[in-house]
Design a protein around this ligand. Sequence first.
Ligand code: CO
Length: 172
Amino acid sequence: MSNYTIKVYPDPVLRKIADEVHEINEGTRALIKDMFEIMEEEGGIGLAAPQVGISKRIIVLSLKEKNFDKMALINPVIVSGSKETAFVEEGCLSIPGINADVQRSTKLIARGLTRSGKMVEITASNLLTRVLLHEIDHLDGVLFIDRLSDKEKKKVEGDLQALYQQYSTVTP
Ligand code: CO
């Protein structure tokens, strides 16, 4: 069992700008290990630390692509994104049951630190691009529902409202 649980919309931690990681230590690696565990349990392909309640700039990915089947990136940044975009359906472990088409770049270059503190530059296309953009958005308090067209927004409005009522904490 992991030490963390998935934070669900509208949990305020999902809206915070996450802090840079200044030192990669045992605690960082333990957190990453837990994040992989949760992502696997929940069947996700990407997870950002704020989604487990930790407001730090850490993401993990699990794609079928070589080298990205179990990748963690610390302090990731987008260096550049393509002008070419595509609309692809997305979901999020923190917004259960809701899917919608999101317009994003199809290619990008990103940079970040690995678990061992090595700086890597990633040239990504398609799904990897999308997952990186989605997860890095989380570090800035941005959710995919913020990026929907008015038409897509309308489609998910009711479900989102239901989640809001189910998960918002009401102080008596
Ligand atoms: Co997400």
